[in-house]
Design a protein around this ligand. Structure first.
Ligand code: IPM
Ligand code: MG
Length: 360
């Protein structure tokens, strides 16, 4: 049976890295007769320019009928002056996540041994690093109402957002986190700010309640400020981290840097049935867009996560991951992961090298 994969190249470096993923997926599709139907659609700034909205109706239709979605990244200075709701991030990316109810965001931070020199920390602190951040993706302060910028009685403007989670939302992401921990080292750290924020006092209470259903999982709690410090001080103490939308956004960028570059990190955003959208953790990097120097590996690894989690093609996912390891073994590096003694390559050379490794 054929499977529909929708690719959303988006903005900035998105189209460049998507081209490399296209090459990789076209190859494995043919090599292993996967029967993937690859389709593309517009989202974000590119969609605003072409169709007048960051998330056009046609893209929404295609998202609904796809078996899995692969998104590069959205946003850029060109659209930053639009009203908040129309921007690529809020009107495009957050809309897709929310309308498809992709509440469970899995962000692995794994250090490839070949990249130890590219990490911002000493090799002994990061060697063997393998953390998974489970980030709640469709609630919290990103979506809470009311939100906006208003004018107060005295004429001064004030911006406001609402940080809110109900207990069902907390349980839903808690279940993903506990179940993920069960498949790993059974250590779960829930990150909150329960010394100050009521919403996370409830978060902590629910996580504690749930832990009796998972007696094998060792649950701990950490305030987000401490978690940020611990990630940089001794990151290997973590196995699975579960946290809300905004803290997860921030901590996953920090964790990314431990692995050498955010250009290496894939992610999966899943709904309750495991249907998913797969995205690199990085943004659209407008500063380097169009230069052919972006790292396509996070998106290529996102494609392999998609094959594994949503399409049941574990073997092919393994092959892609092995191909990525092999290009790293060959010493090929895009600028973000370059270190002395390795060979600097462009975006397309990196994609071609992965394709060549798959063919070898
Ligand atoms: C991410 C990104 C997005 C987020 C932006 C682009 C809206 O930073 O996926 O981490 O904040 O969720
Ligand atoms: Mg982010």
């Amino acid at each position: 049976m054929s499977k529909k994969v929708l690719i959303l190249p988006g903005d900035g470096i998105g189209p460049e890295i998507s081209t490399e993923v296209d090459k990789v997926l076209a190859l494995v599709n043919q090599q292993y007769s996967l029967g993937l139907e690859l389709d593309h659609a517009l989202v974000g700034g590119a969609a605003i320019d072409a169709a007048g909205s960051a998330f056009p109706e046609q893209t929404w239709q295609k998202c609904q009928s796809a078996d899995a979605i692969l998104l590069a990244c959205v946003g850029g200075p060109k659209w930053d002056s639009l009203p908040p709701k129309e921007r690529p991030e809020i009107g495009g990316l957050l809309q897709i996540r929310s309308r498809l109810e992709l509440f469970g965001n899995l962000r692995p931070a794994i250090l490839y041994p070949q990249l130890a020199a590219a990490s911002s920390l000493k090799p002994e602190l990061v060697s063997g690093l393998d953390i998974l951040i489970v980030r709640e993706l469709t609630g919290g302060i990103y979506f809470g109402q009311p939100r906006g910028i208003r004018v107060k009685e005295d004429g001064t403007r004030e911006g406001y957002n609402t940080y809110v989670y109900d207990e069902n939302e907390i349980r839903r992401i808690g279940k993903v986190a506990f179940e993920t921990a069960m498949k790993r080292n059974k250590k779960l750290c829930s990150v909150d700010k329960a010394n100050v924020l009521e919403v996370t006092m409830l978060w902590r209470e629910i996580m504690d309640e749930m832990s009796s259903d998972y007696p094998e999982v060792e649950l701990s709690h950490m305030y987000v400020d401490n978690a940020a410090m611990q990630l940089i001080r001794a990151p290997k103490q973590f196995d699975v981290i579960v946290t809300g939308n905004m803290f997860g956004d921030i901590l996953s960028d920090a964790a990314a840097m431990l692995t050498g570059s955010i250009g290496m990190l894939p992610s999966a955003s899943l709904d309750i049935n495991g249907k998913g959208m797969y995205e690199p953790c990085h943004g659209s990097a407008p500063d380097i867009a169009g230069q052919g120097i972006a790292n396509p590996l996070a998106m290529i690894l996102s494609a392999s996560m998609m094959l594994r989690h949503s399409l049941g093609m574990q073997d092919v996912a393994d092959k892609i991951e092995q191909a990525v390891e092999s290009v790293l073994d060959q010493g090929l590096r895009t600028a973000d992961i370059y270190s002395e003694g390795t060979t600097k390559v462009s975006t397309s050379e990196m994609g071609d090298a992965v394709v060549a490794a798959l063919q070898a």
